[in-house]
Structures are given as structure tokens and as C-alpha cells.
Design a protein around this ligand. Structure first.
Ligand SMILES: [Zn+2]
Length: 203
């Protein structure tokens, strides 16, 4: 399988910016794929990459979270998963953490296949509290999959989860002057993907 990167959500200026980090993105994704416990390179579908021009700030009832990448249904083939990394993240962050981030998203894809009901169960357990669902999901991904990745990505996965490194990444993004768009609730970004032209922040 070949790595496929879509720029359908980027305008002309963003495409020119992305061109400068295209090979970095491909190399980091390839490195994450090589480190994965599941051989995606020989599977029937390799998650496609859709680059997003801005960083997402997701507003939940009791806190907000920054999202630099995410696993969602592929807009072109909904039965498959795809990745939606932010352009500023790909531009600003050092390769080892971009690799770790793709490896983390691959762990989510594996989890979706192994435990398709996980989110529904967490949703019931935490009575629809999105923050608790998100926190427990992230904890399970780390506990159940990080250890199965190959080095050096394995070490970088744990490193990226350290609070000090997460803050460092966030500061680097903030200092770069990246565009940040707010999304209210965890599903709003899916609506943006369906209709980027008509999407407003006021959902
Ligand atoms: Zn995650």
C-alpha cells in the first residue's frame, strides 16, 4: 500500500506551506507504520491522511483540549479510518514526536478494530461525560498498545505522553502563531469535515 495524503481541506497558501513538510510527514508516517505491531503496509487499507490547516481547540463542558491529530471515518470511504493532522503540528514539531503522534493514532485504529464497542461502553460508564471518556480511552490506548510498538517509536510514544513534553509541544504551537479554531463538543469537527465551506464556529 502507498501512503496517500489529501490536501482537500487546504487552500492555495496552506498547500504551499504543506509542500515544505510533505516529505517530513511521509517519512514520519512511514516510520510509525514500520513500528506498528500490525502491518498496515500490507493490509487492505492504509489510513489516509487529510491535512487540516488549523489547530483544533475542543471545548467541553468542564475543560478544553487541543487536538493535533485525530482518527475519524475517511470522508471518501466511510468504512475506513483516516487521520487528520494539523498543518502547524507537522510544521513545528520535531520528527520524533510527529512519529509518536502517528503511532498513537495507529494504536487508536487497532483499538477500533479490536474493541469496536469500547467508546460506547465508556460513554455508558461515565454517563456521557466526554472528558472522562476521553481520559480513560487515552489511558487504555497507552496501557494496551504502546508496549507492542517497536523501538524507537515505543520510547517516543511514552515521552510524548509526559506532561512536560505535552506542554512543550503546546507552547511550540502557540509560539508559532498557528491558527486555532474552536469546536464546541467532540463531534463538531466531523461536521466541519462534511461541509467545510459552510461550517461556522458557532455550532
Ligand atoms: Zn488518543
Amino acid at each position: 500500500m502507498q501512503i496517500e495524503i489529501s490536501t482537500r481541506y487546504l487552500d492555495k497558501d496552506s498547500i504551499a506551506r504543506f509542500d515544505k513538510v510533505k516529505s517530513k510527514t511521509e517519512n514520519c508516517y512511514l516510520e510509525a507504520l514500520r513500528s506498528s505491531p500490525i502491518n498496515f503496509l500490507e493490509s487492505e487499507y492504509l489510513p489516509r491522511i487529510y491535512v487540516i490547516p488549523f489547530v483544533r481547540k475542543v471545548i467541553l463542558p468542564d475543560r478544553w483540549i487541543f487536538v493535533f491529530n485525530e482518527v475519524l471515518p475517511d470522508p471518501l470511504e466511510e468504512k475506513y479510518k483516516a487521520f487528520f493532522p494539523s498543518l502547524p503540528f507537522l510544521e513545528v514539531i520535531e520528527p520524533k514526536f510527529v512519529i509518536a503522534n502517528f503511532a498513537h493514532e495507529l494504536a487508536h485504529v487497532i483499538d477500533f478494530a479490536v474493541k469496536p464497542n469500547r467508546i460506547e461502553e465508556l460513554w455508558k460508564k461515565h454517563k456521557g461525560n466526554a472528558r472522562l471518556v476521553h481520559e480513560e480511552l487515552e489511558q487504555k490506548i497507552s496501557e494496551e498498545y504502546y508496549g507492542r510498538f517497536k523501538e524507537p517509536a515505543k520510547t517516543w510514544l511514552y515521552e510524548l505522553d509526559e506532561e512536560s513534553n505535552k506542554n512543550r509541544v503546546l507552547n511550540q504551537i502557540n509560539e508559532s502563531g498557528a491558527e486555532v479554531r474552536e469546536f464546541r463538543g467532540i463531534y463538531a469537527f466531523g461536521q466541519f469535515l462534511k461541509s467545510p465551506e459552510t461550517f461556522t464556529k458557532e455550532i
